[in-house]
Design a binder for this molecule. Structure first.
Ligand code: GUN
Length: 291
């Protein structure tokens, strides 16, 4: 049986540290970190994620300003709100929950955010900075995944890392971070030939495809460290109830992997903790306070 990587416990520890830092920023610098969270439309999964983010802010003493806009909001109106938040000195971080409705171009929205307030790290200049090793705001899910890997394995240098998935939110920034740690990185995707054989080479396997139970137990190298980024809602065949599962067939993988993140309780809590981390860093940067 593999070791379970407890992302919830790691996230709680990170948030405890941030909570103390926020208290001292308020006391010593009269600085109150603040994030604006924008949700457009009624997607229930997005509403759940936004709710979890806002609750974590409250726990840590980060001010959050929620902007819930109707699904019919025009792109121009959304861009106008972002511009207002960009110029508001009290707002240090701006998060627009994705996906946005189809009539809005998500790249235009992401690139309208001031890169220094882009706590998601999705702005084209933050993506470019990451690609050339001049990290500014780093996307939360890959950052949290890297923290778990370093906690588990220490130095990652020379390890074979396979990232399955090439999204701008997870796959590409994850690959960039692992490359910065001197891993030998392969980015696999839907067109990869003999994906099982590619995965079997991985000392570190990051699954970010968004397909429940996609990665099979016999695709995993014995002893590998597996990071399961998937959050998929499926109906349990026995109970008929909805439950969350990852992109990895956990029941099979847990007998092969050396260590594995569970779903829920693995990467998910780290994504939110890293959003808090980025918000505190953004606030300090904007106030001219050194890390
Ligand atoms: N949708 C899915 N994941 C994310 C995320 O990390 N940030 C935002 N803004 N939207 C998302």
């Amino acid at each position: 049986m593999s070791k379970l990587i407890d992302g919830k416990a790691f996230a709680d520890r990170l948030c405890d540290t941030l909570s103390s830092e926020i208290a001292s920023l308020k006391q010593a610098h009269q600085l109150s970190p603040c994030i604006a969270v924008v949700l457009v439309g009624e997607d229930p999964a997005s509403a759940t994620y936004v709710g979890a983010k806002v609750r974590r802010c409250e726990q840590l003493g980060i001010d959050s300003r929620s902007h819930h806009l109707p699904a019919t909001t025009s792109e121009a109106d959304l861009l106008a709100l972002i511009e207002q938040l960009n110029t508001d000195p009290e707002v240090h971080g701006i998060l627009v929950q994705l996906p946005v409705p189809k009539h809005i171009d998500s790249n235009s929205v992401i690139n309208a955010i001031n890169p220094d307030k882009d706590v998601d790290g999705f702005h084209i200049s933050n993506a470019g900075a990451l690609a050339v090793g001049q990290n500014n705001m780093v996307p939360c899910t890959p950052l949290g995944s890297l923290m778990l890997l370093q906690d588990e394995l220490g130095d990652l240098s020379g390890l074979n890392a396979v990232v399955v998935g090439r999204s701008n939110i997870v796959g590409k920034p994850m690959a960039a971070l692992l490359l910065q740690q001197s891993c030998t990185v392969t980015v696999a995707h839907s067109r990869t030939k003999d994906l099982p054989a590619v995965c079997r080479e991985a000392d570190i396997l990051v699954a970010a495809v968004g397909i429940p139970h996609f990665i099979q137990g016999d695709w995993i190298k014995p002893g590998a460290t597996v990071i399961d980024v998937g959050i998929n809602r499926i109906q349990d065949s026995e109970t008929g109830k909805n439950r969350l599962v990852g992109d990895v067939d956990f029941a099979a993988a847990k007998d092969v992997a050396g260590a594995i993140t569970p779903v829920p309780g693995g990467v998910g809590p780290m994504t939110i903790a890293c959003l808090m981390y980025n918000t505190v860093r953004a606030a300090k940067n904007q106030a001219g306070i050194k890390d």
